[in-house]
Unconditional design. Sequence first.
Length: 312
Amino acid sequence: MFNYATINKKNLSLGFFSQQWKNITHMFGGSPQPEPETLIGEWRKIRWGQQEEDLQFMKDYQPYNKEVKQLRVLLHGPIGSGKSSFINSVESALRGKVTGRALTDTISGESFTIKRRTFKIDKGGKGTFYPFVFTDLMGIEGSEKQGICVEDIKLDMKGHIKDAYNFNPYSEISENDPNYNKSPTLEDKVHVLVCIIDASKASLLSNESKNKMREVRLAASRLGIPEVVVLTKIDEACPEVRSDVKNVCKSKYIKETMDKISVDLGLQPNCIFPVKNYNTEMETNDEIDSLILSAMKRIIDFGEDFVNELQA
Ligand SMILES: Nc1nc2c(ncn2[C@@H]2O[C@H](COP(=O)(O)OP(=O)(O)O)[C@@H](O)[C@H]2O)c(=O)[nH]1
Ligand SMILES: [Mg+2]
């Protein structure tokens, strides 16, 4: 059977040696070496250098449907997969500087986010915000009694859970809870569901976690809510990507991981977006911005279509 963990280890050693060999041949003026076997032909066209265009799209964007002032993007996925970091990275790409507002947890283990929190992104500092918000949920855990209840995610998608609600891994929200919204408007509902998966650990996802994610996805599709997968930590998953983010669209490991996720979750590969979050960088850069903004553009496109269909 295909084992991603083994491939990943092989990638690490191959990537290391191929980089060393490239360095040696370069030092002695040798001819260019063939691509390492961890890289294959380009399997996706990424519009490198078009981030300014995507940025302008984001700046100009306003939902057409007047009932909705902002698109609601719900993030879910395993603990430590990079949900909070993705919000930070979008904010960083939009503001042109690395920010760190949605707290990220460097200690893996229990979910850091327990309180439901919604994040807006400041647009120019005059009390104006981008017309989309992110709701960051407690992580999905493998076992029954860890992490957020899937029922709570379903209720959240329908707009029943208010901010400040503290998720309880042992039971779903009750209708009598002060943070239960009995009559949600279109604006309270979720317009796009984003599943965040760590590329370096995708092969290690437990069946329980995959089942929970599939259940959430099915609930979203029953409600007609579009879904996107954001595949984070591509730098940790593939050494060739770590040395150059642009190698992502040629990485064999990333392609295979995306194909596997597509089958496991029942989602088209073109709805899966590989990204590198801003985690150690002090400044933003064009390549990371390109990946983050192209994922965001698709998220906005999907959300916009969804709210317009609801109006029709
Ligand atoms: N190398 C790398 N680390 C990342 C990336 N995204 C997130 N991280 C790190 O992964 C850890 C967990 O991220 P966090 O955003 O808190 O995960 P959450 O629990 O899903 O919100 C933090 O230490 C982040 O710095 C990425 O794309 N690459
Ligand atoms: Mg978090």
